[in-house]
Unconditional design. Structure first.
Length: 454
């Protein structure tokens, strides 16, 4: 995502009086760039692999197995560090995903059915084909439950690789990848909620539903207390976790609940702000500092009310999800011990081949086939700037499963050799998909754009 204008404006306003703010204003354009967050994610992955394949291996695994507990009277919730990251911190990432989905559904590309048809078709094909390839290789075997592994796309890496191609990439192609990834996220979330959750506890589920109803009611009543929503959100996460539904789903639900419209229109703000500024000047002339401060407080609240909560929350949480949560997740989960024995076992395992071929072959094949069918049936229309070659490049980039694929791997298998074999397949396929996608898009961007037959 681009640097939000409000964030840029706030730092620019501070830059005139603060050297640190001037430095932040210069660096801010890098914070919200997927390419840079992908680099941080890659560094965290390399560090995890280094730790798992060096003298630090025992220390690395011991640290991840460290037990941490929350105790409130008789209640005690204990988990090891890796599970706190996967179930707890990843809820923040999925909260941001929920915000992105809400924004796209309300006033983004997915809000217009005619425009949304293309990415929906592409995402559907890109989820079904990889799953079918995986199932064809693992049906009835010990790895059968991992069919959801190759369905996901890591948007940070995919957009990062596309950015390396340069400005020759048509905006419509980048938008297709971003929108496709949002639909892909919706599919992955549904798969996690339905197929990778535990046995349902009705009392905990009822508590989660009650807390959700309270949150919705408070939102309808216009409550804007961050503290109240954080407290209720934490309780909702706990109830979802105890219910057997995967805890990260709580983050998605809370993100979807964020209002997508500002509380105050631009026209109303203009009229109110003009009156307040006029009153502020009069208060200063009258040396009435108390009234002047009160008017400034009123102006602050009005300013906040002009920004949709979904936008405000996304610009606040996006950097944390990209530069803290996801790198920490990679550090905790990408540490696969690589040896001759593990590689031999991986290459002989249908789990490795299912995950790898699902991403490397299934993603581009499914996306291109689904889009071709949708265009031929006149359900969707391919923009003039997008050629079939560039669509193949996007399909290849969608095969970079990485973060989400690793996440589903942990849910599907929990541990053991199956996890290592699946991760090796995901790593290999993601790397090859990135290289193929980069080459195809680079070659395609050098050729003149041709109009395809719709």
């Amino acid at each position: 995502m681009k640097t939000p204008p409000r964030t840029r404006g706030a730092l620019n306003a501070l830059a005139s009086s603060s050297r640190i703010a001037r430095m932040l204003a210069s660096a801010q354009r890098y914070v919200y760039t997927e390419q840079n967050s992908g680099i941080v994610l890659l560094v965290a992955t390399a560090l995890a692999l280094l730790c798992a394949n060096s003298a630090l291996r025992d220390t690395y695994h011991s640290a991840l197995e460290t037990s941490l507990a929350i105790e409130l009277g008789p209640f005690r919730l204990a988990k090891d560090l890796q599970h706190w990251i996967n179930d707890g911190l990843m809820a923040i990432f999925f909260f941001v995903v929920g915000l992105e989905i809400k924004r796209e559904l309300t006033h983004g590309e997915l809000s217009k059915l005619a425009v949304a048809a293309l990415p929906i078709a592409a995402a559907a094909g890109g989820m079904v084909a990889p799953a079918l390839i995986y199932v064809s290789l693992n049906a009835g075997g010990p790895g059968a439950s991992g069919w959801g592994i190759p369905m996901a796309t890591d948007i940070a890496f995919a957009v990062g690789v596309m950015a390396l191609v340069g400005p020759r990439i048509p905006p419509a192609l980048r938008m297709l990848l971003l929108t496709l990834a949002v639909v892909d996220d919706i599919g992955a979330i549904l798969v996690i909620a339905i197929f990778y959750s535990g046995n349902l506890s009705l009392p905990a589920f009822a508590a989660a539903a009650a807390l959700l109803a309270v949150i919705v009611l408070l939102r309808q009543l216009g409550l804007r207390s961050v503290t109240a929503y954080v407290a209720l959100g934490a309780l909702f996460w706990l109830a979802v976790y105890l219910s057997g539904v995967h805890a990260t789903i709580a983050g998605v639900v809370l993100g979807l609940l964020a209002p997508a419209r500002p509380l105050l229109s631009a026209a109303s703000f203009r009229a109110d702000a003009t009156a307040i500024v006029r009153g502020y000047g009069a208060a200063l002339d009258a040396s009435d500092s108390e009234r002047a401060e009160a008017l400034l407080g009123q102006l602050e609240e009005l300013t906040v009310a002009t920004e949709a909560p979904v936008d405000r929350l996304e610009r606040s949480f996006h950097p944390w999800a990209s530069y803290f949560v996801l790198p920490l997740f990679a550090l905790a989960n990408a540490g696969v011990t690589i040896s001759i024995d593990t590689l031999d076992a991986a290459f002989a395992s249908p789990i490795t081949w299912g995950a790898g071929l699902g991403l490397l072959v299934g993603k581009p094949l499914g996306i291109c086939a689904a889009v071709f069918a949708a265009v031929q049936l006149r359900v969707a229309r391919l923009p003039r700037e997008i050629t079939w070659k560039s669509l193949l490049g996007v399909g290849a980039l969608a095969g970079i499963g990485f973060t989400m694929s690793i996440f589903i791997t942990e849910l599907a298998f929990g541990g053991g050799a199956n996890v290592e074999q699946a991760k090796i397949g995901v790593f290999a396929a993601s790397f090859l998909s990135a290289v193929i996608g980069f080459v195809v898009l680079t070659l395609g961007s050098r050729a003149p754009t041709a109009r395809r037959a719709d």
